[in-house]
Design a protein around this ligand. Sequence first.
Ligand code: DAH
Length: 341
Amino acid sequence: MEQELRDMEQQAKDKISAAENLDQLEKIRVEFLGKKGNLTTILRKMGQLPEDERPKIGKLANEIRDGLESFLKDRQEELKEKELKEKLEKERIDVTLPGKKIEQGQKHPLNKVLDEINEIFLGMGYTIQDGPEIETDYYNFEALNIPKGHPAREMQDSFYFTDEILLRTHTSPIQARTMEKIAPKLPIRIICTGKVYRKDDDATHSPMFHQVEGLVVDEVITMGDLKGTLLNFARQMFGEKQQIRLRPSYFPFTEPSAEVDISCVICEGSGCRICKNTGWLEILGAGMVHPRVFEMSGYDPEKVTGFAFGMGVERIAMLKYGFDDMRVFFANDKRMFRQFI
Ligand code: DAH
């Protein structure tokens, strides 16, 4: 029986050494050391042995089992290593290949300018108001002292849903909307930024563009406040050396009204192609709120005064970034925008 055990041991070792993979090795383990394996089969016959020989054989069987188990384990490690190596050979990764780049987005230059404008006015104590882009004829025109048939409507043709509902042509309706909401309380100090729509389309006019509207109402607001506010804005936006200039103008909802120029950001006032040799660039319209507008919105024009202004954001952004075609903003060419990260 001792011989039988030794033969089995040798046979098992040979097979283990010859195993080529982990699957085969597992089968060998079951064959020799499993519950119904060769070792168990031999040991079943122990009962036939004389009693004094049993301990000796039992001890030998245990030694052989332990020996085989550790032999098997060593071989298992070897094969594992081998299989891993083969796998790595097959699935070789080329670490020199360039990686896949995840493109990083960035703010649209118009939004950057809008953020900057908001920051400047927030810093002056303004709050930000929002208004609808689909607007009624009443707020877009009537409440701003532009009745039906008024020639000022001519310049602001828009996209109409019905006779009374249109895409707003400017952000000024927010003036009437805000005053109606707040009247008769004071003060009002708001700006509103957003999209506006007109029937225009060329290098410096887009059918959709952005405006910033400002409105300040209190007991004693003067043209001097308007001028100081706009000068402060221009200097924060374009630099400390900025000058502004107010030219008399006409808007139905302000009296007096002004076109506001800033000194040319390109030539600093000496005259160039961009400012058409005038040294000045027009950036917004402004004025003192018209008494009729106050009346319609619930304020007594005898008791309050205020100023308002409206500027084109694309115009500001074009000056800031040196674009001479507004359509660049809406062509969405990433190569163009990437310059402003
Ligand atoms: N809403 C005018 C426009 O789009 C701009 C404007 C002019 C706004 C004077 C104002 C203002 O608030 O006081 O042409």
